[in-house]
Design a protein around this ligand. Structure first.
Ligand SMILES: CSC[C@H]1O[C@H](OP(=O)(O)O)[C@H](O)[C@@H]1O
Ligand SMILES: Nc1ncnc2[nH]cnc12
Length: 290
């Protein structure tokens, strides 16, 4: 099967990567169903890269409806070891302005209806998740953004991403609560992905593109889809430049990542006691430990 070490998950407004060459559309089936869309595999900066539109290329899947497990498992089945996730986010801080870029290093989980683990049903594992983003991959991403020196874009190289359930945006009381908790940005998708990527031993980092001030800011209108999409369109070219520069740097040096051995001490159930169908379903994750 086609292989790619680098996966890109494109969020709202980023449904394809223009610079990919020699592309092939791959239909991947997984034990967890089909991913959000066919995966586009192509060459970028001399590397095979796999691109997946998170909500589907016609944006038909709600954050709650996304097949998170299938998406991560499908990328794993293509050989992906690093995921760069591009996402639209609201800003919870004055200094993070719409069109700024944030590479978060923490999450707060406010989701309620997501399946955020491959484990269960006869196999128990608890990954370490204190540092939910791969710091090595995040460093490559922030270095790439700094090197590009994009006009009018400020980089925030850390921050806390509050992941809410949606699909409605937050109330003002919620937005102010998240601010009081120290949240930097808010979105609806990245946390389940980061957890599943870690369980799948894939390094994960987020390129968050600020599109609005959510609804807390007294001098800015409350977030609307129009605002998000408009600002994202303004930023889509920059986002693709950043991803390309990041892939270029990765092509020169693929960093070590603690994510790549995340399951080493995480699985509690002796594997010879795990139901055979679970071993089969989780083959890609477990085979190196069998
Ligand atoms: C279109 S506004 C809300 C929508 O945008 C973000 O999506 P993504 O993370 O895929 O870029 C946010 O999480 C919501 O899903
Ligand atoms: N304000 C916001 N809240 C949640 N998700 C978002 N995506 C973009 N802006 C957002």
């Amino acid at each position: 099967m086609t292989q790619a070490k680098i996966g890109i998950i494109g969020g709202s407004g980023l449904y394809k990567m223009e610079a990919l060459q020699n592309i092939e559309e791959v239909e991947v089936n997984t034990p967890f169903g089909s991913p959000s869309d066919r995966i586009i595999v192509g060459m970028l900066e001399g590397m095979q890269v796999a691109f997946l539109a998170r909500h589907g290329r016609t944006h038909h899947l709600l954050p709650t409806e996304l097949p998170y497990r299938a998406n991560i498992y499908a990328l794993k089945s293509l050989g992906v070891e690093y995921i760069i996730s591009a996402s639209a986010v609201g800003s919870l801080k004055e200094e993070v302005k719409p069109l700024d870029m944030v590479v978060p290093d923490q999450f707060i989980d406010r989701t309620r209806s997501r399946i955020s683990s491959f484990f269960g049903k006869g196999i128990v594992a608890h990954i370490t998740f204190g540092d939910p983003i791969c710091s090595q991959l995040a460093k490559v991403l922030t270095d790439a953004i700094s090197a590009l020196n994009l006009p009018d874009v400020t980089l925030h190289s850390s921050g806390t991403y509050v992941c809410m359930e949606g699909p409605a945006f937050s109330t003002k009381a919620e937005s102010n609560l998240y601010r009081s908790w120290g949240g930097t940005i808010i979105g609806m998708t990245n946390l389940p992905e980061a957890k599943l990527a870690r369980e799948a031993e894939i390094a994960y980092a987020t390129l968050a593109l600020a599109t609005d001030y959510d609804c807390w800011h007294p001098e800015h209108d409350s977030v609307t889809v129009e605002m998000v999409v408009g600002n994202l369109q303004r930023n889509a070219v920059n986002a693709q430049k950043v991803i390309q520069e990041t892939v270029k740097r990765l092509s020169q040096n693929l960093p070590d990542s603690e994510a790549h051995s995340a399951l080493k001490f995480a699985i509690l159930t002796p594997l010879d006691k795990v139901p055979a169908e679970r071993i089969k379903e989780l083959d890609l994750l477990l085979k190196k430990y069998l």
